[in-house]
Design a protein around this ligand. Sequence first.
Ligand code: PBG
Length: 332
Amino acid sequence: MDITKRPRRLRSDGVRPLISETALSPADLIAPVFVDATADERVPIESMPGHERVPVDGIVERVQEVRETGVEAVMLFGIPAEKDEQGTQAWVDDGVVQRALRRISEETDAYAIADLCFCEYTTHGHCGVVEEDAKEDPRQTVDNDATLELIERTALSQARAGADMIAPSGMMDGMVGTIRDALDREGFTEVPIMSYAVKYESAFYGPFRDAADGAPAFGDRRHYQMDPANRQEAVREARLDIEQGADVLMVKPALPYLDIVRDVRETTDLPVAAYNVSGEYAMLHAASEKGWLDLEEVARESLLSIKRAGADLILTYFAESIASECSAGRRT
Ligand code: PBG
């Protein structure tokens, strides 16, 4: 056989790094952190080994731990002391995330991104204002336009508290435009919006809902989050957020939706983020605890795949461990 074309020539140790197409860097990673108004000390999150809810007084220490690994950006999720029908604690001045943001911006150089949603703050656990008759008719859940008003309030209070970036995750129509107008009107023209533009109604959020105590008390989120069956709709969602002034577009979850990451990549020249969610983290951990997978290897391969699919940034619970490996000079 006359084989002149031999791809294996480029797989020797010397040449592989030269032709490597994708690399992981701590600079591309965002670490989610949970701040809990009800905690006096750190509380481990059982379904997400290695992650904890931290009290407001411990947030600076937590953020500095992240930064020591080389990751400079954190995404803040809050667990409030009290919940109500509207989710008031999401926008009050002394809300858990607002207090944490003030501490972070005054005491650290971290880049603090505020997740903006209501499910952790409402008694019913939905991502906005629940319509009167929703409990009788689970097809009707969140009132889109009434929720936009609360989104506006929350974005402004987060920006005033020192958020470097706002990340709305409620999947309300018009949320990006509403936030952009409000931020610009109040002088926050330099605060970018990272939209959870393409967020699926996914069962992979399970561990997060335990961690942040934000599971819906009735019904589900399929009237505002996207149907996992849909691909074209992701492109429509992305375009709408581009029109409304989003600065970064996010796809969530990541691993089961790599085709969508690629589609969004090809739809926009804006930066694309992907959220490697709690269930993706938990399943690798569980398998590695059983000795069936090597955690470090599968985590690295997962994040590399997400980048290869087209993501510029990755939100991941592996941020610190992967960044530590990168800094220790491990191949990526
Ligand atoms: C909504 C929100 C969720 C996640 C991030 N923001 C949960 C949901 O929509 O139910 C999930 C993140 C994860 O699973 O890691 N506030």
